[in-house]
Design a protein around this ligand. Structure first.
Ligand code: PLP
Length: 388
């Protein structure tokens, strides 16, 4: 059976060259980068080369890059770390309703600790209005956290405008760019953000590694205490093989961003056109143009997204119904709810996320089997009135 993977927003396969770069650091060059002998120095060189590579891609200084275990840890460190370090200044945090759970749950935890959080609304395209941010800012606001590309619908936020408002008011600005890093050019000076979260496994690198960019001068408290690793902001011996793999994957992506973007656009646009031509009552979620091109979230009226996913799985096609973390539940997604998508449409949402190994033949295969799947599910759905 043909197998087609269209769930790259959940995770990506490691690309060629990444594993090869990592392998020596598991056994041969196994040293601890904190050791001062030759084995340690060799590992330290690899660690600092990786840091320089990552920093260079974002226009950051190497000392502004902190390696973590992934996007979740980076979000936690950014949000809780700045909240606790700046609590004497204020207790108010601003975020959006459509953030990843790593951000939302960190904010919820902070609410239990006495902080106050404002959750900004989004419009039907999933966009935060910069004016809403301006209005939400209070004298005791210390942090704004708004994601770059949404992981369910792909909408890109006006980060530059939001960060400019925060900076004008002297409030730190964090963005979760886990879905866009390596796919869309990001320059920390141009965007004028204070913190950026990234993750290796969303951009063809290994799982269990990520990074947090922290602008020099930002006050942040570590969540884990121990040794003086990562300039005392993230205790624990660095995973040199994973970090080398992360930097290698990012470097390779940075070298082909334009080409990747073009391919994603062409695959997603062709696929969407085919869908609209062959299946009635299809709804596209998210901002139609200001979006990360590899994510396409659509609803098929009258059918459950989960049923489409299972039917596609039987044909060898992997897609998901929302973020990897929320799929498996039948709760309408918090992102689509915030976008005011009616529950009966939200439940039919399916996320197709394309990747660099996908081909026009993959698109053709999935587009050719979907009409029959949707038609069959609708024929047994009490929610869908057939128009014939
Ligand atoms: N932020 C966003 C936007 C994500 O899509 C994800 C993963 O789905 C994460 C954070 C968490 O990243 P990780 O899986 O590396 O912990």
């Amino acid at each position: 059976m043909k197998k087609v993977y269209l769930d790259h927003s959940a995770t990506t396969p490691m690309r060629g060259g990444v594993l090869e770069a990592m392998l020596p650091y598991f056994a041969e060059r196994f040293g601890n980068p904190s050791s001062i002998h030759g084995f340690g120095r060799e590992a330290k060189v690899a660690l600092e080369e990786a840091r320089e590579k990552v920093a260079g891609i974002f226009g950051a200084a190497p000392s502004e890059i902190y390696f973590t275990s992934g996007g979740t840890e980076s979000d936690n460190l950014a949000i809780k770390g700045t909240a606790f370090a700046n609590r004497k200044k204020g207790k108010h945090i601003i975020t959006s309703r459509i953030e990843h759970h790593a951000v939302l749950e960190s904010c919820k935890f902070l609410e239990e600790e006495g902080f106050e959080v404002t959750y900004l609304p989004v419009d039907s395209r999933g966009l935060v209005d910069p004016e809403d941010l301006r209005k939400a800012i209070r004298d005791d606001s210390i942090l704004v956290s708004v994601m770059h590309a949404n992981n369910e619908v792909g909408t890109l936020q006006p980060i530059k405008d939001l960060a400019a408002i925060s900076r004008e008011k002297g409030i730190y600005f964090h963005t979760d760019a886990v879905q866009s890093v390596g796919k869309i050019p990001l320059d920390v000076r141009e965007l004028a953000v204070d913190m950026i979260s990234m993750s290796g496994h969303k951009m063809y690198g290994p799982k269990g590694v990520g990074a947090l960019y922290v602008r020099k001068g930002v006050r942040i408290t570590p969540w884990a205490h121990g040794g003086h690793h990562e300039r005392s902001r993230r205790a624990g011996t660095e995973s040199v093989p994973l970090i080398v793999g992360f930097a290698k994957a990012l470097d390779l992506m940075a070298g082909e961003m334009g080409q990747h973007d073009k391919l994603m656009r062409s695959l997603a646009e062709t696929f969407y056109r085919r869908l609209v031509e062959s299946v009635p009552d299809v709804f596209l979620h998210g901002e139609p143009t200001e979006r990360i091109p590899n994510i396409l979230s659509v609803s098929f009226k009258g059918v459950e997204g989960e049923s489409v996913i299972l039917s596609l799985d039987l044909k060898g096609v992997a897609v998901s119904s929302g973020s990897a973390c929320t799929s498996g539940t039948l709760e309408p997604s918090h992102v689509l709810s915030a976008m005011q998508v009616p529950p009966e449409i939200a439940q039919g949402a399916v996320r197709f996320s394309f990747g660099r190994d996908n081909t026009p033949e993959d698109v053709d295969y999935v587009a050719s089997i979907l009409p029959e799947i949707v038609q069959r599910l609708r024929s047994i759905s009490p929610l869908y009135a057939q128009k014939s």
